[in-house]
Design a protein around this ligand. Structure first.
Ligand SMILES: Nc1ncnc2c1ncn2[C@@H]1O[C@H](COP(=O)(O)OP(=O)(O)OP(=O)(O)O)[C@@H](O)[C@H]1O
Ligand SMILES: [Mg+2]
Length: 386
């Protein structure tokens, strides 16, 4: 099953384009599951009727669902969350505290377990996810790493001696003795599920992120950061969907200046994202109902099959190698002499000739020194220290 994650800044048209992509894919013969993980569900608004927590058919070959309130298992997860919050207050756990301050992403990840459930039915060959605005989606991507780090430390603790682990566990919820086994079991389950979701997200043959933008400067800036983050974490973005582009016959009078600014931003978008850029116009009305969504789908994809993989490029990747974190950036044709790399806090500046790229580093490497830099076969490798 292919998975498409539609994400982007608030209000840019993620939900509309997720729905439009679903209808367009169904017309190409795919059996589509359209899933909303954004707590502020609005798939129903797009289709013009209620959808809700149960899977319903919204069009031929399109089933939709808004992942609802936390079920039993999710409640178990939030219990673990509580424990961890307590743990963060423990001085003893300070080494892992920073990496664990990413819990907001967990809710998204819990919702994404639904992707596995959809896959398990075997009834769908495409799952389109209407994600929360980028901030949450990115936090979600950090979460598995954080959990992994925590697990390593915690298991280590447990292995060393129950003498160490038990007092910690018992201190987490004072006066309430938690059976140690239950605690670790819950953790292991959580870890397995998170890892399963991660496997799906990081598999570029299955999952593509599509970033939705509007041709406006603030949006483009945030999206550039998101693109780098997604790449750094290993999630492949295969297209940028530019929504609400002022059509030529509206670009005069009062809107002439608008059109000029948009043209400039479209240029920036082309220069910033090394993936196919697809565009849809601003309509003179809201995009509500299947007909309007189909028109939007045709505008953005044309004849293309939305389920396709639009590019296989992975321009920036974060890897673990021999216990070190290595950042790889594709710089085809660059030579050492014309290359400059500078680190400013959590921002990495990479300059090739006159082109400069500023990347926001993920928390796992932000603030760490670069111990080694190599340029080999058109790939810049930066090895971060501990
Ligand atoms: N191309 C377009 N032309 C005109 N209106 C549009 C277009 N695309 C989306 N809209 C309208 O803009 C509003 C916001 O769109 P949508 O809900 O899809 O954005 P979103 O990114 O999902 O927002 P949120 O971040 O709140 O989830 C809706 O009213 C929608 O109908
Ligand atoms: Mg939305």
């Amino acid at each position: 099953m292919r998975v498409l994650l539609l994400t982007g800044k608030g209000g840019v048209g993620k939900t509309s384009l997720a729905a439009a992509s679903a209808l367009a894919a169904a017309e190409h013969g795919h059996r589509v599951f359209l899933l909303s993980t954004d707590a502020a569900h609005s798939l129903g608004d797009s289709f013009g009727h209620t959808i809700g927590g149960r899977a319903v058919e919204v069009a031929p070959r399109v089933t939709a669902q808004e992942v609802g309130v936390l079920d039993e298992l999710d409640r178990a997860w939030s219990e673990i969350q509580e424990w961890l919050r307590e743990l963060l207050r423990e001085e003893t756990a300070e080494v892992v505290a920073e990496e664990l301050l990413v819990f907001p992403g967990m809710e998204e990840l819990v919702s994404l377990r639904s992707v596995r459930q959809v896959e398990a039915t075997g009834d769908y060959d495409l799952c389109i996810v209407d994600c929360a605005p980028t901030g949450d989606t990115l936090r979600m991507l950090r979460f598995p790493d954080a959990l992994h780090l925590f697990m390593e430390n915690f298991w280590e603790l447990k292995r060393k001696s129950a003498r160490v682990a038990r007092p910690i566990v018992n201190r987490l919820v004072p006066g309430k003795l938690i059976p140690e086994e239950q605690f670790f079991d819950a953790f292991e389950r959580l870890y397995r599920e998170v890892d399963d979701v991660r496997q799906i997200l990081l598999d570029a043959d299955r999952t593509s992120a599509r970033l939705v933008v509007n041709p406006a400067r603030v949006v483009v800036e945030e999206t550039r950061r998101s693109f780098a983050y997604l790449s750094l974490y290993g999630v492949a973005t295969d297209a940028v969907l530019v929504n609400r582009v002022l059509p030529p016959d509206a670009a005069h009078g009062y809107f002439a200046r608008w059109a000029e600014r948009e043209a400039h931003e479209l240029g920036e978008i082309e220069a910033s994202f090394p993936v196919p850029i697809l565009q849809a116009p601003l309509y003179p009305h809201e995009v509500v109902g299947a007909d309007a969504l189909r028109r939007l789908g045709t505008a953005i994809y044309g004849e293309r099959d939305p389920a396709g993989i639009f590019t296989r490029a992975r321009p920036i990747r974060l890897r673990k190698r021999a216990g070190r974190t290595v950042l790889e950036i594709e710089l085809p044709g660059a030579s050492k002499e014309e290359l400059d790399v500078a680190l400013h806090g959590d921002r990495l500046c990479v300059r090739v000739r006159d082109a400069e790229r500023i990347l926001s580093l993920p928390g796992s490497v932000a603030g760490r020194p670069i111990e080694e830099a190599r340029l080999e076969g058109g790939v810049l490798e930066l090895v971060f220290g501990g």
